[in-house]
Design a protein around this ligand. Structure first.
Ligand SMILES: [Zn+2]
Ligand SMILES: [Zn+2]
Ligand SMILES: [Zn+2]
Ligand SMILES: [Zn+2]
Length: 273
């Protein structure tokens, strides 16, 4: 969960100035120092790729911040100061409080929303989800609340309902807007009982999927892990001709589908059979 402080504006690209009050890590800080940093070789290369007028705005820099509001920070020194080096191309790194005014919580006097308020809101959102699950009528898709007809593509999860012990395993539509809900349920469902298998809704491969000229996929897995399915979600996709050694199958670049796989099954459980 990333913190969304109240009362800040995100200034893209520009670096903060001394005296600005910025929001980082559930705390409000005053900017006490800003100096240029020496670009690394990698950063030099990135800078050279920018147009000249942008280059100066994107130079790396170092800032010192002094904490004004919020709890002690683990990296701060005895004067409540922390230092950051901001790399090339870090956009909007320091959301800034307008006029230096910081909205504080009444519970701790910390910048709003404070950590506790956020945790409470998160817990309430989880509770609301659970209550919504309780209200789903039998035969309806928990994601949209509508009836699942026999003609619609759907996925049913067996066993007792993971979100509601009084209900049967749910049936979700497989249409685009219900898939996220189905995937979230599958994630809980596979963790609920050992031996349950993931469908393409949640199957994940750390490897790089290579797509060939005929739209077929190839993956060698990663870190000694076998690829569960070429149709699983992959960390990275690449068209075969981009491999440094070219494509062993000698696929032609003309008419190549790029990274679009052919033959993706409609049914996410097709890979399990
Ligand atoms: Zn508070
Ligand atoms: Zn639905
Ligand atoms: Zn190929
Ligand atoms: Zn794979």
């Amino acid at each position: 969960m990333s913190w969304r402080p109240l009362g800040v504006s995100r200034r893209y690209s520009s670096r903060p100035s001394v005296g600005d009050v910025v929001a980082i890590d559930h705390r409000a800080w005053e900017v006490t120092h800003v100096i240029d940093a020496i670009p690394t070789a990698e950063e030099e290369a990135r800078l050279n790729a920018y147009r000249a007028e942008y280059r100066e705005k994107h130079l790396p820099y170092k800032v010192s911040l002094k904490r004004l509001h919020g709890p002690r920070h683990e990296n701060e020194n005895s004067r409540a100061e922390v230092g950051y080096r901001v790399p090339v191309g870090a956009f909007g790194a320091f959301p800034q409080y307008k006029d230096g005014r910081v909205p504080l919580c009444s519970c701790h006097g910390h910048p709003w929303p404070c950590l506790e308020a956020e945790q409470q809101r998160y817990a309430e959102a989880e509770l609301a989800k659970a209550e919504k699950a309780l209200r789903v009528l039998p035969g309806c898709c928990p994601a949209c609340g509508e009836v699942v007809t026999h003609r619609q593509k759907s996925i049913t999860f067996g066993g007792p309902n993971v979100s509601n012990p009084l209900a049967e395993g749910p049936t979700y539509h497989l249409r685009r807007r219900c898939r996220q809900g189905a995937a979230e349920y599958e994630e809980k469902w596979v963790n609920d009982e050992p031996g349950r298998k993931r469908s393409l809704l949640t199957l994940w491969c750390e490897g790089t999927l290579i797509v060939h000229g005929d739209g077929s996929g190839e993956c060698f897995g990663a870190q000694g892990q076998e690829c569960p399915s070429v149709y699983a979600r992959h960390r990275a996709h690449v068209a075969c001709y981009y491999q440094t050694h070219g494509c062993g199958r000698e696929c032609s670049r003309a008419g190549h589908p790029g990274t679009r796989l052919a033959g993706r099954p409609d049914d996410p459980r097709a890979v399990l059979r």
